[in-house]
Write a protein that binds this ligand. Sequence first.
Ligand SMILES: [Zn+2]
Length: 247
Amino acid sequence: MATTCDYCHGRKGKRSCPALNGLICSTCCGENRLTKIACPADCPYLEAGTDYQRQRVGELFRQDRRRVYREILEIGGEKAAGLFNLIEIVCFSYFHNKPSGLDGEVVAALEFIRRLLSPIHFPAPTVPAFSQYLHKEFKAFLEKEKVDLEQAQQVVDLALTLVKEFSGTGLRSNRFLTGLIGCLTMDHPDVVAHLKTQETDQPRIVLAGEGEIAGAAKEQAQREKSRIVIPGAPAPAHDHEHHGHKH
Ligand SMILES: [Zn+2]
């Protein structure tokens, strides 16, 4: 009948589910929201921004994040990884206390940067706040670290693909942001604590001095002073896996 849960087709569907465009039982909703169901960010059952939600999605995101880091390290080594990390950190800083933030804002910002990196520039009539913020930080990093432009393009392309794939097809998704915030909170609590004390209005990149950005950044991250989180740097207490191998 029409009142059966559209997910398990067994129990009674009592909630209206905007992702399934039908009814869902509370068990299926609770177990699968954002992990297996592409919930729009404004669903009233979503509890957006809660630690529990972020943790569940963060665990899924962790695998994708590691894969992308491996690809980026192969393309451009630790400098390229530093650039990708900058994107993550800027997203975290800007959105960790904005539960209404949407993945679409991140996609727009990355596409904005991508256009600026290509040989032909199209002036954008209006630039959203997050795009401006990310661009400011991104540009400062490129100039300071003299990142090869072609590598920078590849990093942005990989970031775009990751965000879009993880976000899913829903136009109002925040699955990427939820996963990113959850993953960084679990794996790099010291860095996250540091970020939360900072304002996001000013560009505030913490850069290593001379030479190898990522090497120095790793050290800094371990001293809880850096915004840079390089994967593979020992996370305190609970991450004993090794990720050094190439697939
Ligand atoms: Zn169900």
